[in-house]
Structures are given as C-alpha cells and as structure tokens.
Design a binder for this molecule. Structure first.
Ligand code: URA
Ligand code: SF4
Length: 216
C-alpha cells in the first residue's frame, strides 16, 4: 500500500498552506529495522495474532556474522517478547558459548514471530505468512553463516520437507548465505544423546564462519 505517500503529501500541503517553509525529518524514521519491526509488531497475517501476548521479533547484533534461526516463540518468549529466553534458550546460550561467542554477538530470530497455542507445530500457512519477515531479517543482517535450529527452521530456509537427519551435518547454500542445520535445543533437552552430533554441527558452523575448508 502506498497510502502513506498520499497522506504525507497532504500533510506537507497543509503545512505549506499554514506558512511552514522548513521542516526536519528524523532520519531514523526510515531505518529499515524500525520499519520492519513496526510492521511485524502490528502483523495480523495469520491467526496467531489473536492468541499472542507479545510479538517476538528477534534480538542481537544486526550486523552479526552468524544468525541463529529457531522455530517459534514458546511461553516464556511470548511473555517477554524476546527469543530463546526459556529453558531451550539457556541451552542455546551454551551452544553459542561452545563456539566461543556470546549471545550479543549473534543475531537470533524465529520462523514464526508469534507463539502457536500450546507450543504446537507451526502450520504450513503460518510459515508461509511469516517467513518473509525472516527472509528480510536475513537480507538486512547479511550473516556469513546461518545456523538453523531444527527441522522447521532448516526446511523453511532450504525450501524442503526432508527430515532433519538429511539436513544436518553439512553445509547448504540458501538466500545468499551458507546454512548449517542442527538439532533444536528443545529437542536436545529431551534427547541428551544427540548432543555429540550437535557439537559436531557447532564445530562445522564455526569452521564455516572462520572461512576454513572443511577437514574430515
Ligand atoms: N524455541 C524456539 O524455537 N524459539 C524460541 O524463541 C524459543 C524456543
Ligand atoms: Fe504475523 Fe507471523 Fe505473527 Fe502470523 S506469526 S501474525 S504472520 S507475525
């Protein structure tokens, strides 16, 4: 919608008619992150807007070299409006530390910005409605590597419905960026036996970030 052009023109004309000859525009009004955040926070493109308490936009360094992508906010995230602040988030923090980084040095977002009731899996139509926001975040951050957490994030970024076992353990290329897929931290909490493989994925992620050739 281009209504804002028309309304801005009317506003300026009204001011001109009142004799206002000079005005200042706050340059951050056009900050693409602010524009995007405002759009997402008012979003009603799928049914999840009805049950959400807070929109969980994303957080971290908007110029990060590594971006983590989860599935959808859980209860704690929905309450606080921040990604990965619950139990899975604590494990994610440890995974980030394992590659010698801090949370504030990476960017963290989810495929869905609103919580599915009862933490059910996202529906295909919810993913379709919401993924343009994630893609725009990726376009703005321009990370060197994306780490997709779980099948939903991996499948959404790579445009596939293959199982996680077929996605993890290698480097993909999508959306102009290298993508490494690993287990979702919530799945690792339920299946601690998978942590060794997750550790391999994190080492792969770090190697790709450092730009080294893969040694096996
Ligand atoms: N699980 C996710 O996928 N994302 C969050 O933000 C929290 C839990
Ligand atoms: Fe909009 Fe995404 Fe929230 Fe659905 S989940 S209402 S598409 S922000």
């Amino acid at each position: 919608m281009m209504d804002w052009i028309e309304s801005t023109r009317r506003l300026l004309e009204a001011q001109r008619d009142m004799g206002i000859r000079e005005f200042w525009v706050r340059s951050d009004a056009w900050d693409p992150w602010k524009v995007l955040r405002r759009e997402v926070e008012g979003c009603r493109k799928c049914q999840l807007w009805r049950s959400r308490r807070r929109v969980v936009f994303g957080a971290g360094d908007t110029e990060a070299g590594i971006m983590f992508v989860g599935e959808a906010p859980g209860e704690e995230e929905d309450l606080r409006g921040e990604p990965f602040v619950g139990a899975a988030g604590e494990l994610l923090t440890r995974m980030i530390r394992a590659i010698r980084m801090e949370r504030r040095e990476v960017y963290i977002a989810n495929v869905l910005k609103c919580r599915p009731p009862g933490n059910r899996d996202p529906l295909p139509e919810e993913i379709e409605a919401c993924k343009p926001y994630l893609f725009r975040q990726i376009e703005l951050v321009k990370p060197k590597v994306i780490c997709a957490l779980g099948r939903i994030a991996g499948g959404t970024l790579l445009g596939t419905s293959l199982p996680l076992s077929r996605l993890r353990g290698k480097v993909h290329f999508a959306l102009g960026t290298k993508v490494v897929v690993t287990f979702h931290p919530a799945a690792l909490l339920r299946n601690p036996g998978w942590k060794r493989q997750a550790w391999e994925d994190m080492k792969l992620l770090r190697r790709e970030y450092d730009g080294l050739e893969l040694r096996r």
